[in-house]
Design a protein around this ligand. Structure first.
Ligand code: GRF
Length: 216
């Protein structure tokens, strides 16, 4: 399954995906292209180091979201993308883009949804005083961080944490979880039943039959 990874910033989650692909842990997912809405995103350098095609669609060049999304779809079209990962992509997606990839867009969010959606989730968690936060990988719908949750990992909030230190600890877990979910999606092992996402077992691969070449 051919994926586009959409980024806006640093790209540590993109790097985790690229490394997973390089060591064979992402198959049958394949990163076909990296799209950034920011021309100066450090994530673009990471993609280029892995020799991945990159495209820039700067949202500031478009009058509205619909035009921006049409431009993104046009830019992705040559790469025959079947699914999309939002890895620190800082734009809200609307109907045109979301409906182009039904149940094929996933996002990673640095909190245990439905707590602390939207911007600055680690700061929200610190401010609220929770003792556990974490990361959530979810399908993207038309709300902000409201789509069906695929997987979550909890991360403790320490007494001396600030938003930055908590976010770094959460990111370390995102870097493990996001490639796992991408692989599951590509392998057809995620099944949505309403809002619940079931993880299907890996298909049984029969052990190599030592006698298969034996003559009858
Ligand atoms: C991640 O924490 C992700 O959950 C959030 O934005 C951050 C992106 O970090 N949506 P990076 O650009 O992948 O380093």
């Amino acid at each position: 399954m051919r994926f586009a990874v959409l980024v806006s910033g640093h790209g540590s989650n993109l790097f985790a995906l690229l490394e997973a692909e390089a060591r064979g842990a992402l198959a049958p997912a394949e990163i076909a292209v990296v799209l950034s809405n920011r021309p100066d995103a450090p994530a673009l350098d990471r993609a280029q180091k892995f020799a991945k095609p990159t495209v820039i669609v700067d949202h500031r060049d478009y009058a509205g979201r619909d035009d921006f999304e049409a431009a993104m779809l046009a830019a992705l079209d040559p790469y025959r993308v079947e699914a999309v990962v939002l890895a620190g992509f800082m734009r809200i997606l609307e109907t045109r883009f979301v409906s182009a990839f039904p149940n094929r867009i996933i996002n990673t969010h640095p909190a245990l949804l439905p707590s602390f959606p939207g911007l600055d989730a680690p700061a929200q968690a610190i401010e609220y005083g929770v003792k556990q936060s974490g990361c959530s990988v979810h399908f993207v719908d038309l709300g902000v961080d409201t789509g069906p949750i695929i997987a979550q990992v909890a991360v403790p909030v320490l007494d001396d944490d600030d938003a930055g230190s908590l976010h770094e600890r959460i990111k370390a877990r995102e870097h493990e979880l996001l490639p796992e979910v991408v692989q599951l999606l590509a392998a057809g092992r995620l099944q949505c039943v309403g809002r619940r996402v079931c993880h299907l077992p890996a298909p049984h691969v029969p052990a190599h039959n030592a006698n298969e070449n034996a003559k009858p």
